[in-house]
Write a protein that binds this ligand. Structure first.
Ligand code: NAD
Length: 301
């Protein structure tokens, strides 16, 4: 661990866990979030509070963010009292949000204009891995900057993949989540069909776990969320919907096919319309359940 001071902006399900883990690992950490209660939680764990992203950038050597949308990254990075205003030569900004590559590259230009450097390092896995430094990191940016930030990256992720220049980390994440979010949505639809046909969903999951239909979504989301009827968010539906939207946008910009992903996006749009955005992404199953007139739950529920 180096003695560089770390700033963390965006203390939600992912950022809150990562910032806590940095504090627990011995780093001097300064934090900021628009939610005062999220900041207080980190201060209680030993972080110091900043009053703006600009103050974080002024006070810290490495500034990290985990924010919900491209717009929130632009606000925090290039907006009034944003990160860029507080940057100077030698500092590094690492954005870990799942956003689009155009926004990343635009922010990267503003960062470089201040003599600082930027990496895009979106992550795979969830809040449990964020809190224990066991995330999967998809890294974009200059290889020498990656090397310079090795201590911080090693603290946050035990699986690291260098994807190429700035913007290719988030591009990798979009493609990854096109698969992940579509599979989670399909799984909800399929298990609902099984229950409507009279199958026991837990037995069905056991079977699928021993065939090519086996997925992490089945082993975690289906069993821990759907069967328990617990839709407290690890990964909010609104964020999954945002990611499928980013995939649609990327496909359109390339003239690439996005047919299965579009169908999953539409299912999630219906779920968003039902006001489920702040529930876990697996709550999209409620669209299929309402259509079929059944509810999927485990024997214990
Ligand atoms: P979240 O909604 O739980 O947290 C986002 C945090 O950002 C909130 O605390 C919010 O108050 C804060 N925020 C919003 N705008 C801000 C601003 N302008 N300045 C400062 N703070 C601001 O979201 P999350 O689940 O932690 O996800 C964060 C990012 O990581 C997203 O891009 C998401 O897609 C991605 N991601 C999430 C997961 C997951 O399992 N939750 C997994 C991988 C990647």
């Amino acid at each position: 661990m180096s003695d560089r001071k770390i700033g963390y902006i965006g203390l939600g399900n992912m950022g809150g866990g990562m910032a806590s883990h940095l504090v627990a690992s011995g780093y001097d950490v300064m934090v900021y979030d628009v939610r005062a209660e999220a900041v207080q939680e980190l201060v209680d764990k030993g972080a110091t509070a900043a009053s703006s992203p600009r103050e974080v950038a002024e006070q810290c050597d490495v500034i990290v963010s985990s924010l919900p949308t491209p717009q929130s990254v632009e606000n925090a990075a290039t907006g009034e009292n944003g990160i860029v205003q507080g940057l100077s030569a030698g500092k590094v900004y690492i954005d870990m949000s799942s956003i689009d590559p155009d926004t990343t590259r635009r922010v990267g230009e503003a960062v470089r204009a201040k003599g600082a450097e930027m990496l895009d390092v979106p992550v795979g896995m969830g809040p449990a891995q964020a809190a224990t430094g066991t995330l999967t990191l998809m890294i974009g940016g200059d290889a020498s900057v990656v090397e310079d930030c090795k201590d911080v990256l090693d603290t946050l992720g035990d699986q690291q993949f260098y994807c190429g220049e700035l913007g290719l980390g988030v591009t990798t994440k979009i493609v990854n989540n096109l698969v992940s979010c579509s599979v989670a949505t399909l799984l909800g639809e399929a298990v609902t069909m099984g229950v409507a046909a009279g199958l026991n969903p837990e037995r069905l999951q056991e079977v699928m776990d021993n065939t090519a239909a086996s997925t992490l979504h089945g082993r975690t989301g289906l069993t821990a969320k759907v069967f328990e009827r617990n839709f407290e968010p690890g990964f909010k539906l609104a964020l999954s919907h945002k990611d499928l939207g980013l995939a649609a946008q990327l496909a359109a910009s390339l003239g690439a096919a996005n047919m299965v992903g579009s169908a999953a996006y539409q299912v999630q749009t219906l779920a968003m319309g039902k006001g489920l955005g702040n529930e876990d992404q697996y709550s999209a199953i409620k669209v299929a359940e309402e259509t079929a007139g059944v509810e999927v739950k485990g024997d214990e529920s």
